[in-house]
Design a protein around this ligand. Structure first.
Ligand SMILES: *Cc1c(COP(=O)(O)O)cnc(C)c1O
Length: 379
């Protein structure tokens, strides 16, 4: 790591930049099963429509709608429709961000900054919570998960919340279903969240909602200290546009609106997300293709003797090498993903295991063939 200039905050010197896979290289020949994106570009007709809108309707010299009202209305409608909520969610319950990553950062700024609070996560989980906390000088408390079903060790979590002080835990981050492990929140985890005191913010990240069809949005009205995060980066096939949203009580939404950057979401991204919602009947049907491929992949991976694979409610599978403790032998994993990448498939080594995004049929078939080939020789 290069030396930090002397004027930089001392606690940032040990923080490495987040390098999304595969980064920088020529990606055209690589099967990218490492970031849980959809393997499918938008349908041709939608891209043509967006290109037309860009030409005809976007004045590039003007700032975009800084309040995102049309998009927030469209999102509220989608949330209501997809949860059979009778207009319970309105635009005032929605805040949009430059990816849900921006919303995570806004939530941290609004809760824990200035030494006022720490966050709690159950690892392995989405790494961004800890990374963004660190960039803001916010401390993270991590509790383990049980490797049988990846549920949180709740006694440890309760103990942490009861005992951690200076600062106390103010935000709990959960993912439903979790990345990288694919499990949805269990009944006991949900009960734990329901009973957390109202001075703790509960962030329920539903980035994979369209795959799992599980959501806590029906309970949101009862819990003003809950916020749900969603994204257009996965099932909606819009990762390039960086659009995420938060669903919460209007008082919390008002705070998010206060701390975000002005004009945080480019006009074209707002329009792309709005069109994607309007035309979702052209976009979301491929979710079921991904889910079918996931079952196929699971069956094949489960039959490979060196591997352990878990059930997943999302668009990826989590796999471990049976005879390899990543704490002592992480080299085996890094070697495996490097060799897999040389053969043309990029997957992610995270949380002590391998996360494989479900791609197209052809990408999945190549991934399996390459993995089987590698596992024949060693590991
Ligand atoms: C992919 C993902 C996101 C999406 O982040 P964006 O910034 O909206 O692209 C958020 N949370 C989790 C758990 C994810 O896996």
């Amino acid at each position: 790591m290069s030396d930090c200039p002397a004027f930089i905050r001392s606690d940032l010197s040990e923080l490495a930049a987040y390098t999304p896979n595969p980064g920088g290289k020529d990606l055209s020949s690589l099967d990218r099963l490492d970031a849980n994106e959809s393997p499918y570009d938008l349908p041709e007709e939608l891209k043509a429509k967006l290109a037309w809108i860009y030409q005809q309707e976007i004045a590039t010299n003007r700032y975009p709608d800084g309040g995102h009202w049309q998009l927030r209305e469209a999102i509220a409608q989608y949330v209501n429709d997809s949860a059979n909520l009778d207009n319970a969610i309105a635009a005032a319950n929605i805040s949009v961000g430059n990816g849900s990553d921006e919303l995570i950062r806004s939530l941290l700024i609004a809760t824990c900054l200035n030494g006022e609070g720490a966050i709690l996560t159950a690892n392995p989980t989405f790494s961004m919570y800890g990374i963004l906390a660190k960039t803001l000088g916010i401390s993270s408390v991590t509790v383990p998960r049980r490797e049988t079903d990846w549920t949180t060790e709740l006694d440890t979590a309760r103990q942490a919340i009861a005992t951690v002080r200076n600062p106390p835990i103010k935000v709990v981050f959960v993912v439903h279903p979790n990345s990288p492990t694919g499990n949805i929140l269990s009944h006991s985890e949900l009960d734990w969240l329901r009973n957390l005191p109202s001075n703790i913010l509960v962030v329920i990240d539903e980035a994979y909602f369209e795959f799992s069809q599980t959501s806590v949005v029906n309970e949101l009205a009862e819990h003003p200290n809950w916020v749900i995060l969603r994204t257009f980066s996965k099932a909606f096939r819009l990762a390039a546009h960086r659009v995420g949203y938060a669903i919460a009580h209007p008082d919390l939404i008002a705070v998010l609106e206060k701390v975000r950057l002005p004009y945080n979401l480019p006009g074209f991204a707002q329009i792309a997300a709005k069109i994607a919602l309007q035309q979702r009947s052209l976009i979301l049907p491929l979710v079921s293709e991904t889910l079918q491929e996931k079952i196929k992949m699971w069956n094949i991976l489960a039959a490979i003797p060196q591997l352990k694979v878990w059930q997943s409610q999302a668009n990826f599978l989590y796999v471990k090498l049976k005879d390899c403790d990543p704490n002592h032998d992480s080299q085996k994993y890094t070697q495996l993903i490097d060799e897999l990448k040389l053969r043309g498939t990029s997957i992610r080594y995270t949380g002590g295991g391998l996360r494989i995004t479900i791609g197209t049929k052809a990408e999945n078939a190549r991934a399996i063939a390459r993995l089987q080939e590698l596992l024949k020789h060693s590991y």
